[in-house]
Design a protein around this ligand. Structure first.
Ligand code: SF4
Ligand code: SF4
Length: 463
């Protein structure tokens, strides 16, 4: 049964109280975070609302430490694949909204294959399939056909190994079909947890129903999809309210299904065709946004955090330190955008991309900055999803699988897609990181597998 587990008054009272939080409360919360203890709502609210530079410095420092302890220096890479921009909803912030007049399209299966070929050439193994909501033009059967088409494609260098899906809130029956199709994470942004704002920016269409949208993950979990990824669009409502909303949603899922969000995405409102960004009074500045990312990292240490190419290169760098663990690279937010890149054709994207470098440049720069780009998809393929994944993460053992998988997939990527300079750079990182694999057995196996990849004697290894 649908329910509203977002208590608006409770969040507003928390945020009001947080304005009067003293140094002892904030210092105590930071000490708890440093010891790896769970924070109370009032402590998280106080961390967010505070603007004391000394506390802020500690917030970033602790968020960075948590990130390094749990995720090391690995960054998982993915790319979005937009298959249809037909949409019956009127979301005031989105260029695909029904009221915006432009020539709409959905990809044919041949076009899906064309896009995937290009994404595979960029080295991607993990895609996020994106579509607007329109049952007539883009039915669940069409989405299922897209997923099958992608999984059926085989290339010399392997295949797309994980398709995450970001489509509109749907029925339990449709979620069952997505589960049967073998999707990775089901991603859906609540956009904002502040119901009055939600109602004011969702002008028409099924998405206008706040409760239907809010309970989508319950239906997905009931259908057996145990990896769900939440998010809000920062800039629609008070960002602190939305962080508390995200956390209440996560707790609701933990209580009911024993597992909360697998990932949290942190898109920030940016200009798009058919909307005027100045109509939105809650735009979030860079400093506040970085603080929010750091506080989320502290509040939910075991939840992956995803950043898109909405952010500039400099902001991405800053946010990677503050807690981001997954980024998109070489992205197009346009239906058919990968095959039409570079053409002069006028095509409509969902939002403006601020980091438009190609995938290999982004990945190479990540290595320059000391990160290990990872193309790992192992958990989903080994059935380590939902609470099985969370118990591995919380046991502290996840590094024993993530690190070797990151190194093996980076090696494979460097052999398949890198030039000599890229390969050398990757080899330096791999040699440096191998000793950090704690388990001797896994360490030895990783060394053997990396040799096999380099000699062309095997590929697609994971633990
Ligand atoms: Fe449609 Fe999604 Fe855009 Fe809303 S945000 S108009 S549902 S594509
Ligand atoms: Fe993600 Fe699992 Fe791979 Fe770690 S081992 S990067 S958690 S898929």
């Amino acid at each position: 049964m649908s329910e509203n587990f977002i208590n608006q008054k409770y969040i507003e009272d928390l945020l009001e109280e947080a304005k009067h939080a003293d140094d002892a409360l904030i210092g105590g919360a930071l000490n708890k975070a440093e010891r790896g203890e769970t924070l109370e709502h009032r402590e998280i609210a106080a961390l967010m609302v505070n603007e004391n530079p000394q506390h802020l410095e500690r917030i970033f420092d602790i968020a960075g430490k948590i990130k390094r302890r749990i995720y090391g220096n690995r960054i998982v890479i993915f790319a979005p694949l937009y298959v249809s921009n037909f949409c019956v909803n009127r979301c005031a912030y989105c260029s695909f909204n029904h009221g915006h007049n432009f020539s709409r399209r959905k990809l044919t299966m041949d076009e899906v294959r064309e896009e995937v070929k290009i994404l595979e050439k960029m080295g991607h193994k993990r895609l996020a399939l994106e579509a607007g909501e329109n049952d007539a033009e883009c039915s669940i059967d069409y989405i299922l056909e897209c997923i099958k088409t992608i999984y059926d494609m085989k290339f010399e260098n392997g295949e797309i190994r994980r398709v995450n899906v970001n489509i509109a809130a749907t029925t339990t029956e449709n979620y069952r079909k997505l589960k049967a199709a073998g999707i990775g994470t089901y991603i859906l942004f609540q956009e904002t947890y502040h119901e009055p704002t939600y109602n004011s920016v969702h002008l028409a269409g099924p998405k206008k129903d706040f409760i239907w949208h809010l309970n989508a993950f319950d239906r997905a979990q009931d259908a057996g999809i145990d990896d769900v990824g939440g998010g809000v669009l920062f800039g629609l409502a008070d960002p602190y309210f939305d962080v508390m909303g995200l956390l209440l949603h996560n707790e609701h899922l933990e209580k009911k299904y024993n597992v909360g969000f697998h990932t949290i995405s942190v898109p920030r409102l940016c200009p798009a065709a058919g909307m005027n960004i100045n109509d939105f009074p809650h735009l979030v500045d860079d400093e506040t946004f970085a603080k929010i990312v750091a506080v989320i990292r502290i509040a939910v240490p075991f939840t992956g955090m995803i950043l898109s190419t909405r952010e500039t290169r400099d902001m991405r760098k800053k946010l990677l330190h503050a807690g981001i663990s997954q980024v998109s690279a070489g992205s197009s937010t346009t239906v058919g955008g990968y095959s039409r890149r570079g053409s002069n054709e006028k095509i409509s994207s969902q939002f403006m991309v601020n980091d438009d470098r190609d995938a290999v440049s982004i990945i190479s720069e990540l290595m320059d900055d000391g990160y290990i780009p990872s193309f790992c998809t192992a958990c989903y393929r080994s059935g380590r999803t939902g609470d099985r994944f969370m118990s591995l993460a919380k046991s502290g053992q996840v590094g024993n699988v993530c690190l070797p998988n990151a190194l093996m997939t980076l090696c494979e990527y460097s052999m398949d897609y890198g030039d000599i300079t890229f390969r050398e750079k990757a080899a330096v990182i791999i040699e440096k990181e191998i000793p950090h694999i704690a388990s001797e057995t896994i360490r030895k196996k990783t060394v053997e597998n990396i040799e096999k990849i380099r000699n062309g004697a095997g590929r697609d290894f994971y633990v």
